[in-house]
Design a protein around this ligand. Structure first.
Ligand SMILES: [Zn+2]
Length: 278
């Protein structure tokens, strides 16, 4: 499932273009073909195409795990969920079997939302906060300072793993990057958030930022998902490395279930429920 670095990579490629695909900004939307109605969260399918066609793509970006297109009048938002992907093809290419939405764009290209498992969603809204308003802060935003992060960890008494997966606490993290960040910060996934010292909270925020920045640098991870291109999966410290040695100390990586999610950690570097300490 795509997380912050994977969605960031897709947004950047659509905004700036790559050697394989042209940039999509500054193009008008000429035609919208909704191939599977339930991919659309809002508005109604009848309202969608007439309202979208004619609008200009002004910017493309990411907030949490959402991709957004800021248009001349509205916002077009995508959540890729399990298997969603955004592809650029030549204009009027015939749809493939899992294409859910096809937009024909100025300049003889089309943008395709392809989603094998159908969990992905698309919104067209005039007020972006209706969709994004409940998201927590962006972990890479420098405005999020360690003191505030420490205070927030102590206001909410929850285990670290489920808390960091909660998009209202912090936006953009999923199973991969939480496991990697907790290993880097040397914190056990079940530690209660309100037991962290200031030093541990600062280390956790640092760890989160380091793994996200490395993920972005490597164009994300290509794993249990259709995502193409990134190679961060070759640099995982703990994620899906059960029984392999910890890169720090050589202890074998353990796996437990936390709220149905497979959770990978080093029992030596990330001891359980240590109160206080460095
Ligand atoms: Zn270790």
């Amino acid at each position: 499932m795509p997380e912050l670095p994977e969605v960031e990579t897709i947004a950047r490629n659509l905004r700036l273009g790559t050697t394989e695909q042209p940039a999509l900004v500054s193009r008008h939307i000429l035609e919208a073909n909704l191939l599977w109605e339930r991919t659309l969260a809002e508005p109604s399918p009848a309202e969608f195409a007439p309202r979208l066609v004619g609008q200009l793509v002004e910017t493309i970006g990411r907030r949490g795990k959402f991709l957004y297109f800021q248009l001349s009048r509205d916002w077009l938002l995508f959540h890729l969920r399990m298997s969603g992907d955004l592809l650029v093809r030549p204009a009027h290419t015939l749809p493939e079997s899992h294409d859910r939405l096809v937009l024909e764009l100025e300049g003889d290209i089309q943008l395709v939302f392809n989603d094998t498992r159908k969990f992905g969603r698309v919104w067209l809204v005039d007020e972006v906060d209706r969709v994004l308003g409940n998201l927590g802060p962006e972990p890479l935003d420098e405005g999020l300072i360690p003191d505030d992060f420490y205070t927030r960890l102590h206001t909410i008494h929850r285990q670290l793993k489920p808390l960091l997966l909660d998009q209202t606490f912090l936006a953009g993290l999923g199973n991969i990057y939480v496991d990697e960040a907790l290993n880097l910060a040397k914190l056990h996934p079940l530690s209660p958030s309100n037991t962290l010292t200031e030093a541990q909270a600062a280390r956790l925020l640092d760890g989160i930022r380091i793994v996200l920045q490395e993920g972005i640098l490597r164009n994300g991870a290509s794993i249990d998902w259709v995502y193409r291109g990134g190679d961060f999966q070759n640099y995982f410290r703990v994620y899906q490395r059960t029984g392999k040695p910890c890169p720090e100390c050589g202890t074998l990586i353990a796996r437990i279930l936390v709220g149905q999610r497979g959770t990978h950690f080093c029992p030596h570097c990330q001891p359980a429920l240590i109160l206080g300490g460095g």
